[in-house]
Design a protein around this ligand. Structure first.
Ligand SMILES: NCc1[nH]cc(CCC(=O)O)c1CC(=O)O
Length: 304
């Protein structure tokens, strides 16, 4: 087999995720040889503007997709959460490996949980989804935007710029940085982002060798759940910059999908659950139900 060139962003999380995937591939194919190609994306360069203001979908993936298309690299590992629904012609998701912890987690300077944090405390997040759900249960807290990689955000909290921050547990687990976690927030309290905790491995549609390798680390249960969540999100034409959340689990071959649309102030929340066999249909149908309940109007006030 030829040497596979793997593209990756340079952040600690991206590198760790990519190396994790390479390890899984080598378990399946011990003689595999890989070469790492580091790529800087637009999203990596924007550090002081909130992503929701920049508004662009796929800030972290465009350069990587170009490198795949022009043959510079053969595969790329993305956080599923950051991968837009629309994919350029000629590319595909070759594998979705087993999902990490899907929950958000609460980190605080003094170890307080979300419930214990004093009134008026400053919580750092630039996710409108997290903001909406946190203000729904703690309207007395102040939410302020925070940017940077995971390690940068934790450092900003330690420095005292924030009393607490919310991050994806999956990211912290992957980089083995659990010390500041005060609480894993249940999915009942904080519904995760579509695809949170899952990885997407992207490759060229025409690259049969890479595709044959990737199917070996695909986890069909995770793939089905993520397909349901993404079908739901796609119906809103939205990305991770909108206050939309969804989480699917597979139970006795059926998909159980919960979806939620909120307003950034946490005052209104529309949520519902659907159960069925066909994950794409379930995602679309759940979105239609929420739209009937007024989700589009709620999002119209947010969309840029
Ligand atoms: N939006 C940035 C991003 N993309 C993926 C992760 C963490 C890993 C994951 O959710 O799979 C994070 C950081 C965070 O939200 O805390």
């Amino acid at each position: 087999m030829r040497t596979i060139v793997v593209g990756t962003r340079k952040s600690k999380l991206a590198m760790t995720q990519t190396n994790w995937v390479i390890d899984r591939l080598k378990e399946m194919e011990p003689n595999l040889t890989v070469e790492l190609e580091k790529i800087v994306t637009k999203g990596d360069k924007i550090l002081d503007v909130t992503l929701s203001k920049v508004g662009g979908k796929g800030l972290f993936v465009k350069e990587i997709e170009s490198a795949l298309l022009n043959g510079e690299i053969d595969l790329a590992v993305h956080s599923m959460k950051d991968l837009p629904a629309e994919m350029p012609e000629g590319l595909m998701i070759g594998a979705i490996p087993v999902r990490e912890d899907v929950r958000d987690c609460f980190l605080s300077r003094d170890g307080s949980t979300l419930e214990e944090l004093p009134s008026g405390a400053i919580v750092g997040t630039s996710s409108l989804r997290r903001q909406a759900q946190i203000l729904a249960i703690r309207p007395d807290l102040r939410v302020e935007s925070i940017r940077g990689n995971i390690d940068t955000r934790v450092q900003k909290m330690r420095d005292g710029q924030f009393d607490a921050i919310i991050l994806a547990t999956a990211g912290l687990n992957r980089i083995s940085w659990q010390e500041d976690i005060a609480e894993l927030i249940s999915v009942k309290t904080m519904l995760p982002a579509v695809g949170q905790g899952a990885l997407a491995i992207q490759c060229r549609e025409g690259d049969r060798e890479t595709r044959a390798l990737l199917v070996k680390i695909n986890h069909e249960e995770t793939a089905r759940a993520v397909r349901a969540e993404r079908a739901f999100l796609q119906a809103f034409n939205g990305g991770c910059h909108l206050p939309i959340a969804a989480y699917a689990q597979i139970c006795e071959n059926q998909v159980h999908l919960k979806g939620l649309v909120g307003d950034p102030a946490g005052k209104k929340m529309i949520a519902d659950t659907i159960i069925g066999k066909n994950e794409i249909k379930m995602g679309q149908e759940l979105a239609n139900r929420l739209i009937e309940l007024g989700a589009d109007e709620l999002l119209a006030s947010v969309s840029v």
